[in-house]
Design a protein around this ligand. Structure first.
Ligand code: PRX
Length: 631
């Protein structure tokens, strides 16, 4: 995408005004006043936020900035699980539900705060027993089950660095992530459930740990009956391992700047980036935003539909809500199984009050029609939220009317794996402008600039940048500090999000999309290079180029252009074979929906594929500047 790819909206802005009671009862109160207060004294602002969590030892400085490296809450000591669990159990939430889980067939599991704490301690002790120490990496490759959350928190309890890999990734992607992180243990399950079918996760892990010499043990949650066999000595049973462990495990005392987790996100090269988040800043950032942006209150029953395998799941299924002592609903359920009414049935039956989902899901529901949501009582809902890609005005309006019943504010949150926490939104109680994510939250300073870093005039497009460090920011890219520095050096010493945006005359920001070779498909970031390298690893493929083309539901879909090796003929069968190959290598989310066999690809003189040209041709657009085009 380039700056010219979008039209600046010219029509007079239309706002949706929430009922004044929302602002009166919100944690944020008056957004403008809160933002002003931050600007007047940023240090004091973050000191107050940091005081909302408990520290074993107080920090002695708020922040050190040594461009482009920030350290937050220096010398402060804490453990995020003490803040997520112990303090709530101590302070009267012991019997409050922490996690409601629902499986695809309606089966349920419930964990109160005290039960969750005990489970986490048991698994933490089990990890210790098999040799996991502070600083070791543990890969978690699981379906959305409560044990996934237990495993994450158990790592954090003992200071091990978790690297959660989304359960929809294939062998190649998993192997790459295990190897890059040097994970000592992999925690998995035998199967994950999808639309009534069991997907064999364990067999994917078996293949992915070949060639991954760092792995000493694979812990398997056995859900299926009869239980799958554990093959090698390396494989251990999740439940048995926990069973005999004590339900008490003292939290490791972590420095604010110790790593908490790493999470891989797709990059523009074939290698994903291991984004590093740290204990102190991440805890403060997610506690703050969950409370003030999602506006969670003591009695809320909160549902975020993200998988904990992505950053949204880390920050707003697991850490943020638990830091706030909230009740979280999680489910393995897909939105259309057994029918497209299932999510609305869940909202009715569990009395969900705050509902956080993605535009791709909203558009899917729009397409099947409101007759599905109309069957259920959605009156428990108080706040709606969205993340992952632009929430287009049509989807905003449908969500507002048919789910929120013209009553619930929609909080469209813009942020990234790298930012760790919300950055831009329309705070609860503020007027909402469809198509625009909103304004920076207090604590965040943003702008829209040209390539040289000069602010663009309101109404014009440019690059979205962040001007000040924030506590939950990534600290580096694992084993690739140069890549980290690039975030801050591409444009004039500010953080470049690599998103294109327009700043409206009213100060609201509209996020348009990526400015690089990432494609967002159904809210998931896919690197073109990752798919291309999967394609060329197939015997029949000489070269491949991948582009995103617009899709009314998924936002984008993937189209691949493939040059075959001499002697191979393009056929439908080969197309199916290539799609399967990508599915197995990268995962189902990266499968091209269309494949075209071609004889050549447009390249620059230096041999770089010009995806922009392929895309323009595909969509019948102006080719733009092609002076560097060789072929
Ligand atoms: O392009 C933006 C888009 O998703 C990218 C970040 O993807 P990821 O790191 O996978 O994190 C997704 C969940 C935070 C951004 O660079 N994006 C995310 N939220 C929005 C968005 N685009 C527009 N509006 C949003 N609310």
């Amino acid at each position: 995408m380039t700056e010219q790819d979008f039209a600046v909206p010219l029509e007079a802005p239309r706002y949706y005004e929430p009922d004044p009671s929302y602002r009166e009862r919100s944690w944020i109160g008056d957004y403008r006043a809160a933002y002003q207060k931050y600007l007047e004294d940023p240090g004091e602002f973050w000191r107050t936020r940091a005081a909302e969590i408990e520290w074993f030892e107080p920090f002695d400085r708020i922040m050190d900035w040594d461009f482009p490296y920030a350290k937050w809450f220096l010398s402060g000591k804490l453990n995020i699980t003490h803040n997520c669990l112990d303090r709530h159990v101590r302070d009267g939430r012991a019997n409050k539900v922490a996690v409601f889980w629902r499986g695809e067939e309606g089966e349920e599991k419930v964990y109160t705060y005290s039960q969750l704490l005990r489970a986490v301690c048991r698994f933490a002790n089990a990890l210790k027993k098999i040799g996991v120490r502070k600083g070791d990496r543990v890969c978690i490759y699981m379906p959305v089950v409560p044990e996934q959350i237990v495993a994450m928190l158990a790592c954090a309890r003992i200071g091990a660095v978790h690297s959660v890999v989304f359960g929809g990734f294939g062998v190649g992607a998993l192997n790459q992530r295990i190897r890059d992180s040097g994970s000592k243990v992999v925690v998995t399950a035998d199967v994950s459930m999808r639309r009534g079918k069991a997907i064999q996760l364990k067999s994917i892990v078996e293949e992915a740990v070949v060639n991954a010499p760092s792995v000493e043990a694979v812990v398997v949650l056995r859900r299926d009956r009869p239980k799958v066999e554990l093959h090698s000595e390396m494989e251990l049973d999740f439940d048995e391992l926990m069973e005999n462990e004590p339900a008490v495990c003292e939290p490791e005392v972590m420095d604010a700047e110790d790593p908490l987790f790493l999470l891989y996100t797709s990059g523009t090269t074939g290698t994903p980036k291991g984004i590093i988040h740290t204990c102190g800043g991440y805890a403060v950032g997610t506690q703050y935003t969950t409370k003030y942006v999602l506006d969670l209150k003591e009695d809320d029953v909160y549902w975020c539909t993200a998988d904990p395998g992505w950053i949204t799941g880390h920050s707003y299924v697991v850490y943020g809500p638990l830091l706030n002592g909230s009740t979280v609903f999680v489910t393995e359920t897909t939105p259309d199984y057994p029918d497209p009414g299932i999510w609305w049935k869940i909202i009715q039956n569990y009395g969900i009050t705050v509902f956080y989902t993605a535009p791709t899901a909203i558009r899917m529901f729009m397409r099947v029609g409101e007759q599905w949501s109309d069957r259920y009582d959605l009156s428990s809902l108080r706040i709606l939220a969205s993340v992952g890609e632009p929430l287009n005005p049509e989807a905003f309006e449908w969500f507002y009317r048919h789910i929120g019943k013209d009553r619930c504010p929609i909080v469209d949150t813009w942020w990234q794996t790298e930012t760790g926490m919300h950055m831009i939104t329309t705070m609860v109680g503020e007027p909402m402008r469809p198509g625009f994510a909103g304004r920076p939250i207090p604590g965040v300073v943003v702008d829209v600039v040209d390539r040289d870093g000069n602010p663009v005039e309101p109404g014009n497009g440019g690059y979205l940048v962040l001007l000040e460090p924030w506590p939950a920011m990534l600290r580096t890219v694992y084993k690739n500090d140069e890549r980290y520095r690039k975030y801050w050096t591409t444009i004039n010493r500010v953080y470049t999000a690599t998103d294109l945006a327009v700043k409206g005359h009213d100060g609201n920001i509209m996020v348009i999309g990526r400015a690089d070779d990432l494609i967002i498909v159904a809210g998931h970031n896919i690197g073109t290079a990752e798919v291309e390298s999967a394609l060329v690893s197939h015997d029949a493929v000489a070269e491949a180029a991948v582009i995103g083309i617009p899709d009314p539901v998924k936002g984008n879909q993937i189209k691949a252009f493939v040059i075959l090796i001499e002697g191979h003929a393009g056929s439908d069968r080969l197309k199916a074979d290539l799609r399967y190959h990508v599915r197995m290598t990268v995962g189902p989310i990266a499968m091209p929906s269309e494949i075209e066999f071609v004889d050549s690809l447009p390249k620059t003189r230096s041999g770089k594929i010009m995806r922009r040209v392929l895309r323009a041709k595909e969509l019948g657009m102006d080719l733009g500047d092609v002076s560097t085009l060789e072929d």
